[in-house]
Design a protein around this ligand. Structure first.
Ligand SMILES: [Ca+2]
Ligand SMILES: [Ca+2]
Length: 171
């Protein structure tokens, strides 16, 4: 979860919350430390600990409740459940997340989404930086962030320009 979901997606407006069912703070601290977890861990009230679920488990009951395996859920921008699983399937989770953040449509650098990467995309990127385009879409922000550091800035313009000039976009 930490390395395959949280780290790659936290800059794409994706929030990852862990919900744990033990009130034992020391146990939680050790788990967080051992797994180098940086996403927030919430406590499920109503739990007596162990594998017995608390209020959240009861609300989102899934088959074989009581097993120690985690349940994974993905909730979309509208608050609608888009994914539920009691086995870890990061490939499927990546697919669902990519669909939700719109990154499966289009290619990095193609900011105006016309299937070509050219000077028009440079202009679009500059417009985002200058604020001429003050309400860029999630797709535009994703496509313009050439170095995927979560910011749209001159580095992305340079990267995009290089990609166009040496005809090496995406390859
Ligand atoms: Ca384009
Ligand atoms: Ca960037």
């Amino acid at each position: 979860m930490e390395t395959t979901i949280w780290q790659p997606y936290q800059d794409n407006n994706v929030t990852l919350l862990g919900i744990i069912n033990t009130p034992d703070q020391e146990l939680i601290d050790n788990f967080v430390a051992e797994n180098s977890i940086t996403f927030p861990i919430l406590f499920d009230p109503g739990s007596s600990g162990g594998v017995q679920g608390g209020d959240t488990y009861d609300d989102y009951y899934m088959p074989n409740d009581g097993s120690p395996y985690p349940r994974d859920f993905i909730v979309d921008q509208e608050g609608i459940l888009q994914y539920a699983n009691n086995e870890i399937d990061t490939e499927w989770m990546h697919y669902v997340l990519d669909e939700l953040i719109g990154s499966t449509d289009g290619i990095a650098g193609d900011v105006n989404n016309d299937s070509l990467i050219n000077i028009l995309d440079v202009i679009q990127t500059v417009n985002i930086i200058l604020g001429t385009n003050s309400t860029p879409t999630d797709f535009e922000l994703w496509a313009a962030d050439m170095n995927q550091d979560g910011n749209i800035d001159i580095l992305d313009v340079v990267t995009l320009a290089n990609c166009i000039l040496v005809d090496n976009c995406g390859g």
